[in-house]
Design a protein around this ligand. Structure first.
Ligand code: PMV
Length: 339
C-alpha cells in the first residue's frame, strides 16, 4: 500500500510497586504527591503488545484495546498524542493519522497495572514512529502515572519532582535487570474483574480526605525510598520484603481511612497476607513479601531460594479453581520473573 507511511510494534511489561504511588498534586499533568518504586517484570510475562501504523489514507486517529475500539478523544490519549507530535522528528511533512492496536496477555483493569504496561508501550511505539528523542517516561506519565516506571527494566523509581511543569517528574532506573537475577514475582489472581473504584477516583478522594496522607507523603515514603533503594543495592531481601509489605499495608490503610472508605482487598487477599506472615514467622526470616495494588490480587516478591516452598504452600492452600484463579507463569509455566 503506497499510502502506508510506517508501522512499529513493541511489547512492554507490567511493573509492581513496592513503594506505592497514591495521590496527585496535578491531575492534568499527573504529578504525584510522593515518589514511588517498582520492579518491572520480564518481557515474556505480564505484558502489553502494541502496534501503531501511520497512514495518509486513515481518516482519524483510532485505538483498539483487546479488540475493542476505545475513545481516543479522552484527555489522557490526547495529551500523549499531542506531546508526541510536538516532539516529533519524523512524519512531519505529510498529513496522516495513526491506528493503534494494543493487547494485554492478562486481565485488564483488575489491579494488575494494565495501564502501566499499556501506556508505556503506547508511548514507546509512538516515540519510535515519530522519532521522539530524549526522556519519554514523562510522556508515559501523562497517560498513567505508574506507566513511567515501565519504561525501564529492573528496579525503577519515579521521582516525584518539584517543578510545576512536571519536567523533573520522571522515571529513573535504580538497578538494571541483571542486578538481582534471582528475584521473582508470583501473581495470585484472586479476581480478574474490573475494579470498582478507579485509581484516579480513589487517589483524589484519599488526597482530600485521608488523615494518613500528610505523614505518608512528608516522612514515611521519603524515608522508605532511601531504605529500599539501599536494600536493593545490597541484595538485602529482609529489608526489601519488610518495607514492601508495610507500604502495601499503609496504602490500603489510607484507602480504608478515605471518605467514603475504599476497600480493594477481600477475604482471600487477607488470607494470603496472614499465610505469608505465618510462614515468614515460622521460617524466622522474611522469605517472601506480598504487595497489593488497587485490587485484591496478590503480587509476591521472593528470592529464587524460596520459590519451590512458597509455591507448594500456595498450591496446598489454593488448589486450582478455589479462590485463586490462576498463577502467572514464566518460561517454566510456574511464575513470573521480575527480571
Ligand atoms: O498509574 P495508576 O493511575 O494506574 O495508579 C497506580 C496506583 C497503584 O498501582 C495502586 C500504585 C503504584 O504505584 O503502582
Amino acid at each position: 500500500n503506497n499510502s502506508m507511511l510506517a508501522s512499529v510494534t513493541c511489547t512492554a511489561p507490567v511493573n509492581i510497586a513496592t513503594i506505592k504511588y497514591w495521590g496527585k498534586r496535578d491531575e492534568n499533568l499527573i504529578l504525584p504527591l510522593n515518589s514511588s518504586l517498582s520492579g518491572t517484570l520480564h518481557q515474556d510475562d505480564l505484558k502489553t503488545t502494541t502496534t501503531a501504523v501511520a497512514s495518509e489514507s486513515f481518516e482519524e486517529d483510532a485505538l483498539w484495546l483487546n479488540g475493542k475500539k476505545e475513545d481516543v478523544n479522552s484527555v489522557r490519549y490526547q495529551n500523549v498524542l499531542k506531546t508526541i507530535r510536538s516532539r516529533a522528528t519524523k512524519l512531519m511533512d505529510k498529513k496522516h493519522f495513526v491506528h493503534i492496536c494494543s493487547i494485554n496477555n492478562f486481565p485488564t483493569a483488575a489491579g494488575l497495572a494494565s495501564s502501566a504496561s499499556g501506556y508505556a508501550c503506547l508511548v514507546y511505539v509512538l516515540a519510535q514512529l515519530y522519532g521522539v528523542e530524549g526522556d519519554v517516561s514523562s510522556i508515559a506519565r501523562l497517560g498513567s502515572g505508574s506507566a513511567c516506571r515501565s519504561m525501564f527494566g529492573g528496579f525503577v523509581k519515579w521521582e516525584m519532582g518539584t517543578k510545576a511543569d512536571g519536567s523533573d517528574s520522571i522515571a529513573v532506573q535504580v538497578a538494571p535487570e541483571s542486578h538481582w537475577p534471582d528475584m521473582n514475582i508470583i501473581v495470585l489472581v484472586v479476581n480478574d474483574k474490573k475494579k470498582e473504584t478507579s485509581s484516579t477516583d480513589g487517589m483524589q478522594r484519599s488526597a482530600q480526605t485521608s488523615a494518613m496522607m500528610k505523614e505518608r507523603c512528608a516522612t514515611t515514603v521519603p524515608e522508605r525510598m532511601v531504605t529500599i533503594e539501599r536494600a536493593i543495592q545490597e541484595h538485602d531481601f529482609q529489608t526489601f520484603g519488610d518495607i514492601t509489605m508495610k507500604d502495601s499495608d499503609d496504602f490500603h490503610e489510607v484507602c480504608a481511612t478515605t471518605d467514603p472508605p475504599i476497600y480493594y482487598l477481600n477475604d482471600t487477599s487477607r488470607y494470603i497476607m496472614n499465610l505469608i506472615h505465618r510462614y515468614n514467622k515460622l521460617a524466622g526470616s522474611v522469605r517472601c513479601a506480598y504487595t497489593f495494588d488497587a485490587g485484591p490480587n496478590a503480587c509476591i516478591y521472593l528470592p529464587q531460594e524460596s520459590v519451590a516452598e512458597v509455591l507448594s504452600l500456595f498450591l496446598k492452600h489454593f488448589p486450582a479453581g478455589e479462590g485463586v484463579q490462576n498463577y502467572y507463569r514464566g518460561t517454566d509455566e510456574v511464575f513470573a520473573k521480575v527480571n
